[in-house]
Each structure stands twice: as structure tokens, then as C-alpha cells.
Design a protein. Structure first.
Length: 364
């Protein structure tokens, strides 16, 4: 049984070139540099705080937009839920880095946190792909989309995506476990039965979790661009609402691409190493240094999305201010009700006290 120790000590869920390095490169890699032990947990904590608050706000806004239960909002809500599930594992990985890759949370949490990373990698891109396909049908085939697109259909598709994303975690649940190394490091690692598992799962992540979805996404937006150029009056007839939704989806797609593309490049380099490509020591060293930060960049996508909704999505900003206004109104109404109730009680008290005093005087 092979232990992919190097890659698991430097990241929760990614292939690395280090486990293919030659003996001549053994002395250039410390187990964990001091700056990584401080900087990476700081990044993880910041991503967790911003992402958790932002995605919770997104869910609140979408949940209270009862009059806007649309297909696009359904996919956005599921995307936010996927990000929240993943973000809940970041504090554990932050502690893992700060303790020099010592996992102190037990075997169950090791499997669970690794699984949440995998779920997010697949679920996020799948929901973004669905959003892109939905925009394609809405713009290129508006009449047909009105009858074929429905919220119930979007919910069914979302359910299927969750099932597929959950199935992708099975190798993590089966193979990830606690392992103690001779250096007294108790790490959360994956033990693959052979090297083909490592290569196959990484290629699946590259292909199904990135490349193929982006081919679909690029095709959708290429067709949308051609359609809009062929019908220049289309945007003027639309009153701008569809354009705002389109801008939001494109922003989410671009953010996902720039956040996760470096991660998948390094993962693919690791696959090439598995297949026999020999890398120079400087390539391995640069990869080892960059991987934790590229992983932070990928994880930051879960915190970036809510800010995109605020800055790009006009409708989201309107609903956010409306929700804020409703909360203020409810608070004012609550305070007004309490003051009114207090005034009535005070008035009753004033009326009751003189009567009691008068009765006491009469009795004298």
C-alpha cells in the first residue's frame, strides 16, 4: 500500500510533484516552512470569516425573495450552500497547518473535512455550469425556455448534482485516514492501494471538475455572444434585467476560473509525474512552494462569490437593502409596540393609584 504522504502533508486534497522527486531533491524540502505555518492559517481564517458571513447573507436574501424564486436563484442558492459546507472545514485545516501538519481532530473529522473539499470542487463547477446553460437557453431560445425551464426542474437537477458530488467523496471516505510518521507527525493522509488510484482520481478532478465543464461554459457564452451580435436590438428590448443576470453569471464563472485554474495546473503536473515525466528539482521546489497558496486562491472563491453578487448583481443589492429596510421597520414596529404597551400600562397605573388613595381617604 502506497502512502501519498508528501501531497497530504501540504494540502487537503491535491496531487503533488513531491512524491515523485528523486533522492537528489530530498534535502531541499523542509516538512513545513515557518511562514507557511503562520500565513496559510491566517488566509484560511480570513476566507472562513468572510465567506461564511457572505454566503449566509446570500442565503438570507434569496430565501426572503419569495417573489423571485427563479431557476437562476435556485442554482445560486445551491452554490452558496456548497460554499458554506466547504467553509465549515476550513478552521480544521487552519489548525492542521498551524500545528505543523498534526491532525488532532480524529479519524472521522479527517474523512469528513477531506470529503467537504471534494464536494465543493465538483458541486461548485456543476452549479456554475447549470447557471451558464440556463442563461444560454433564456437568451438564445427565449420562447422555448419559458416552457422548458422551471423551478421544479432546477431543483431536480440540483438534487442530482448533490448526489454526484457526494459520490465523488467515496474514495476520500474510504482511503483517507490518520497516519503517524517517524517524525512524530500524526497526519490526515490518503492511503491509495496503488498509484493508479492517485492518477485516475486527479485526472477525474481535472477533467470532470474543471476542463469539461469549462468547455460547456465557453460554448454557451460563445453562442450567446454570437446571438447578441446577430440581434443588436435584443438588449434594448429586454429592459436590462437579463443583461444584469448575464453579467453576474459571467463574473462568477471568471472568478471560479482564475481561482481554480492554477490549482488544476499543478494537479495535472503531478499526474504527469505519476506517468513517468521527470522534473528538475527547481520545478519540484517551485511547485511545493506555490501549491499551498494556489490552494488558498482556490478556496477564496467561496468567499469571493457573495461580493460578486453585491457589486455585479443589481437585483441582489436591491433585495439586500429591502431586507435591511424590512428588519429596521420590524424593529421600529417592535419598539413602537412596546412603548405603546408601556404607555397603556402607565396610564392604567396612574388611574388606578388615585382611586386607591381616594378609597383609603374615605375609609378614614
Amino acid at each position: 500500500m502506497e502512502t501519498d504522504s508528501a501531497h497530504n502533508l501540504t494540502s487537503p486534497n491535491v496531487s503533488l510533484l513531491v512524491h515523485n522527486m528523486t533522492n537528489s531533491c530530498d534535502d531541499i524540502f523542509p516538512s513545513a516552512s515557518q511562514y507557511q505555518k503562520k500565513v496559510i492559517p491566517t488566509f484560511y481564517s480570513l476566507i472562513f470569516v468572510l465567506g461564511f458571513l457572505g454566503n449566509m447573507l446570500v442565503l438570507c436574501v434569496l430565501y426572503h425573495s419569495s417573489g423571485r424564486r427563479t431557476v437562476a436563484n435556485t442554482y445560486l442558492m445551491n452554490l452558496a450552500m456548497s460554499d458554506l459546507l466547504f467553509l465549515s472545514s476550513l478552521p480544521f485545516w487552519a489548525v492542521y497547518y498551524s500545528l505543523d501538519y498534526n491532525w488532532v481532530f480524529g479519524k472521522v473529522m479527517c474523512k469528513l473535512c477531506g470529503g467537504l473539499v471534494t464536494i465543493n470542487v465538483y458541486a461548485s463547477i456543476f452549479f456554475i455550469t447549470c447557471m451558464s446553460v440556463d442563461r444560454y437557453h433564456a437568451i438564445v431560445y427565449p420562447l422555448h425556455s419559458q416552457s422548458s425551464r422551471s423551478i421544479n426542474q432546477a431543483r431536480c437537477v440540483s438534487g442530482i448534482i448533490w448526489v454526484i458530488a457526494a459520490l465523488t467523496t467515496l474514495p476520500t471516505v474510504v482511503f483517507r485516514e490518520i497516519h503517524t510518521f517517524p517524525s512524530n507527525v500524526t497526519a490526515c493522509v490518503i492511503h491509495y492501494p496503488n498509484s493508479f488510484w492517485q492518477t485516475g482520481l486527479t485526472l477525474a478532478k481535472n477533467t470532470l471538475g474543471f476542463f469539461l465543464p469549462f468547455v460547456v461554459i465557453a460554448s454557451c457564452y460563445s453562442r450567446i455572444a454570437v446571438h447578441l451580435l446577430a440581434t443588436p436590438n435584443y438588449l434594448e428590448q429586454d429592459s436590462g434585467r437579463l443583461v444584469h443576470v448575464l453579467r453576474l453569471v459571467i463574473a462568477v464563472v471568471l472568478a471560479f476560473f482564475f481561482c481554480w485554474f492554477p490549482f488544476h495546473v499543478l494537479a495535472f503536473l503531478g499526474v504527469l509525474g505519476d506517468l513517468g515525466v521527470e522534473w528538475d528539482c527547481w520545478v519540484i521546489q517551485v511547485t511545493n512552494k506555490l501549491l499551498p497558496f494556489f490552494l488558498c486562491l482556490g478556496f477564496s472563491n467561496s468567499a469571493i462569490n457573495p461580493f460578486l453578487y453585491c457589486f455585479v448583481g443589481n437585483h441582489f443589492r436591491e433585495k439586500l437593502w429591502q431586507l435591511y429596510g424590512d428588519m429596521l421597520t420590524q424593529k421600529r414596529d417592535s419598539i413602537s409596540t412596546r412603548l405603546s404597551s408601556f404607555s397603556r400600562k402607565l396610564s392604567d397605573f396612574k388611574e388606578t393609584v388615585p382611586m386607591e388613595i381616594l378609597e383609603q381617604q374615605n375609609s378614614l
